[in-house]
Design a protein around this ligand. Sequence first.
Ligand code: ITT
Length: 211
Amino acid sequence: MKVLAATNNAGKLKELRRILERMDHTVVSPKELGLTLDPDETGATFAENARIKAEAFCQASGLPTVADDSGLCVEALGGAPGVYSARYCGCHGDDPANNRKLLETMANVPEGARGAKFVSAVCVLLPGGACHIFLGECPGRIGFAEQGTNGFGYDPLFIPDRVGLPDGSTAPNAQGRSYAQLADGEKDAISHRGRAMAAMAEALPQILAGA
Ligand code: ITT
């Protein structure tokens, strides 16, 4: 199926594209369609924001659309930055500034209290159809310094509890590697987005059958 990956975040687009292409879908980006939409993310939850994005991009493109709203929920910060993850530092999408602020805020939080989870809500919307939301979570902790150069966003600071193995199973993250130190497949098998997209893939035949 030809599907629009409804995101303006280049790092997220790369992941959505590789996961969807692995599922044999053809992916187009807003940029490739000349779409410059940036809908206001006014929802109180990841699911609401994913829906806002999917509806705006689906309406503008007329294509089956997949949107992701995601973020980092840190236990010691009462679940922050959560839905405000992209604008944690005060302006939208400044990854280095977001990471600096998180490190500074967590500077005095001891090893055992640095638990966190990444959350993704993926919304699938077929033109004229209903929204379908799939949630994925990845538990882990916040590191004391940035590690690794792969990926995007908070990847260098997030240490997942488990990592993916080539056979599709998972193993404990014994070396304490960050998301940014994982190969694509190691991250996608355990990541919040990978899990939400796997749930989507499982439900898609039924969604398409009902369309
Ligand atoms: P779109 O809304 O256009 O998709 P965005 O960057 O605004 O792009 P979100 O509102 O969903 O996306 O914000 C997600 C924030 O969480 C953003 O700061 C990302 O960098 C970060 N984030 C999400 N998934 C991540 C991942 O897998 N690794 C690192 N950071 C991630």
